[in-house]
Design a protein around this ligand. Sequence first.
Ligand SMILES: [Zn+2]
Length: 337
Amino acid sequence: MLISIKEFKMNRKVIILSLLTLFLFQACNNDKKPSESTTEAVKLASPDFDADSAFSYTKAQVDFGPRIPSTTAHAKCAAYLEEKFRSFGAQVFVQQAAAQTYDGKKHQLKNIIVALYPEKTQRILISAHWDARPFSDQDPDPKMKNQSFDAANDGASGVAVMLEMARQLQKKQPNVGVDFILWDIEDYGKANDESPNETTWCIGSQYWAKNQPVKGYKPLYAINLDMVGGGNAQFAQDEISRKYAANIVSKVWSIGNEIGYGAYFINMPSGSLIDDHFWVNQAGIPCIDVIHYTDNTGFYMNWHTQLDNLNNIDRNTLKAVGQTMLETIYREKPLVN
Ligand SMILES: [Zn+2]
């Protein structure tokens, strides 16, 4: 995910201090697990989302090395993801195109598009980016700012949640069909991109929005996942999600709260973030963003640093997001025409 909130940088020192305080506070309270307290009481419509399985899919991606466009790790991971979704009975189509990043480098863009229950006309789209940012420019160590990093949360986690969702979806048929899109070249943007809509970021979703492979594609709504595996994650409700898809924000956040994940799906607004959901909305599909960000704390604390690695992936967060997504899907009733 990208930089967008300008005040965030100005308040960085304050934020780091707040995070330290928060960390110390949470270190003293680490036996408190918000996801386990209330879930038993609620009867779920959805199958059980297996957080260990989602963790293993995060690791599988990280094990390829950083999935930076035009690298071997990127190519191998793409092949793995295609194969894995196919193994869950999904139709997979790879949208490819020539693309150029702000540094003048040329790449082959690969958006991986997945359909489960393709015969169903009522559909929901879930998406996340699968590429890794080429440099950890937010790392506190100046020597590391040009280095690659594992992107375990910022990239792999959202894809891992979708893989585990697909594994569960193939076992129990929901009333709606489900599509997944794995965006490429989301995270290769220019730091402090001042352009309107920050077009050096989100290159895969921008391309898709302008070149939709299926004409007239119109899912009921879409949900983009970004950084959904970090510890103590909080997802605020960003301005673009609220502007274009307020009812979907309400639906997803209330389901998350109802099934025991209110510590994650917090009822707090946040400012405008240009993420892949912005471009899906430009294509006329109402789309929200579930992203580890609040105006108070900024992004996930290891965002774009060397510490965005597997050690800092928390199964509780994967579970909170994955179960809430599945529950949202399985509660959809078939529409009567
Ligand atoms: Zn990012």
